[in-house]
Design a protein around this ligand. Structure first.
Ligand code: LLP
Length: 417
């Protein structure tokens, strides 16, 4: 599992790049997110190299990990951002990414969010319905602006992944239905304050089989031809994110080259700039969630538990999607025990691993929940009165706090008595 990640054992102790995780836990406490800067940079370069043959622009999907230092790391490399709310746009701007490198997505944008995006000169706003197109036109007109828009198409392709993260199916809320396209183009011809600049799709997340992209892209390209026929030649074709990352060593990610082999020959003749929106691919394996073993216990049916100080409030993916995360001991133990690794939250779904071999670490030692960089910290919550965890970024032999642990005062800061 540690192959191709910045995490490795050195003399029996787990390191992130050149820093021992034990040292970080001593200094900053646990639960703690530890993120490798080099890993983010390496994955971005890998992504860029895979699609080097294509005129493209990569927009990091900020929802995967919106920490300012993470966004800045990618922004410094020339990467743009895909944001899904005014709050994410605020973060991307704060991290130094200019508006014209940001695309604004979201199935339910409020009028104030549309205004905020326009004020900040985003590269494009995605449109997901006829009503939204009218709203954007009205808001842009009131502000004396023309809004650059991209149509998010629902290609009606059901990508094989967890049902909660498939988005390109007509059963789902996302995108404009094919049947509505004639009306959408007619409206585009009438509205004065929107300018169609792109066509867009996003079929889901953690998609291993390139054929799902091929099926959806075939539709997008048909719509591209139709669009040209209606007098709208777009500059951008956005094929979304969803490129997979390895969580389970038994289920390694499909190499990007397999996606590029299929997609580049389809996209190149289209003559538009291609936008990609990877999130997980860049971030999943850049971070671990470091947690301390509070208690170990065994019950009368012989079941072992490691009760740790992190829970679903820090990383909800196993509870929400039954997703697999490797859990390894920070000190290497040759003996293993088959156990559940569970958190302190009062929910039975509060587990990181079930019936897995875990290094036989005693109470007080540390475990690392792997592949926690995407949809980890960003989905954390205060449920059960928990404080959101601290986050640290490692670069070589240096480490830096990139988010303070929350305080009790922050827990109640917005309450009015
Ligand atoms: N673009 C759009 C429009 C999206 O909705 C998403 C993710 C992405 C790009 C990035 O997808 P990625 O490359 O990261 O697969 N919380 C879930 C994942 C939700 C994904 C939502 N949309 C999880 O933990 O698996």
């Amino acid at each position: 599992m540690l192959d191709r990640t910045p995490f490795h054992y050195d003399d029996g102790a787990l390191f992130c790049e050149g820093v021992a995780l034990e040292e970080l836990a001593e200094r900053w406490g646990t639960p703690l997110y530890v993120t490798s800067r080099h890993s983010i940079e390496d994955r971005y370069r890998e992504f860029e190299a895979a699609f080097a043959g294509l005129d493209h622009f990569t927009c990091y999907s900020v929802k995967a990990n919106f920490n300012l230092s993470v966004i800045r790391t990618l922004g410094d490399l020339g990467c743009g951002c895909d944001v899904n709310s005014a709050g994410e746009l605020f973060r991307a701007l704060k991290a130094g990414v200019p508006g014209n490198r940001i695309i604004f997505a979201g199935v339910g944008k409020r009028p104030d969010e549309i205004s905020y995006a326009l004020e900040n000169g985003v590269l494009m706003l995605k449109v997901e319905s006829l009503s939204e197109l009218r709203s954007i036109d009205r808001i842009a007109g009131d502000a004396g602006l023309t809004a650059p828009v991209a149509l998010r198409i629902n290609p009606n392709v059901t990508a094989e992944t967890h049902p909660y993260i498939t988005t390109g199916d007509s059963k789902e809320k996302f995108g404009i239905d094919e049947a509505e396209l004639p009306e959408v183009f007619t409206l585009l011809g009438e509205l004065r304050h929107v300018r169609l600049v792109g066509l867009d799709m996003h079929i889901g997340s953690q998609i291993f089989d390139p054929e799902f992209y091929v099926a959806a892209l075939t539709k997008l390209l048909d719509i591209h031809s139709y669009s040209k026929g209606r007098g709208f030649a777009v500059e951008y074709l956005d094929i979304g994110g969803g490129f997979p990352a390895t969580y389970d060593p038994m289920k390694p990610e499909t190499p990007l080259s397999s996606f590029a082999e299929k997609l580049v020959p389809m996209l190149k003749p289209a003559g538009a700039k291609v936008i990609f929106e990877p999130g997980r691919f860049l971030m999943a394996n850049a971070s671990v969630l470091l947690t301390r073993i509070l208690y170990r216990k065994r019950n009368h049916i012989g079941k072992e538990f490691f009760v740790v100080d992190a829970g679903l409030t820090e990383l909800i993916r196993p509870a929400l999607y039954q997703s697999h995360h490797e859990v390894i001991s920070v000190r290497r133990h040759d003996e293993t025990v088959v156990a559940d690794v569970v958190g302190p939250i009062c929910e039975s779904s509060d587990f990181f691993a079930r019936q897995r071999p875990i290094g036989d670490a005693p109470e007080g030692e540390l475990l690392a929940v792997m592949s926690a960089g995407a949809y980890g910290a960003v989905m954390s919550s205060n449920y059960n009165g928990r404080l959101r965890p601290a986050e640290v970024m490692v670069e070589g032999s240096e480490s830096r706090l990139i988010r303070r642990r929350e305080s009790f005062e922050q827990l109640i800061a917005n309450e009015v008595e």
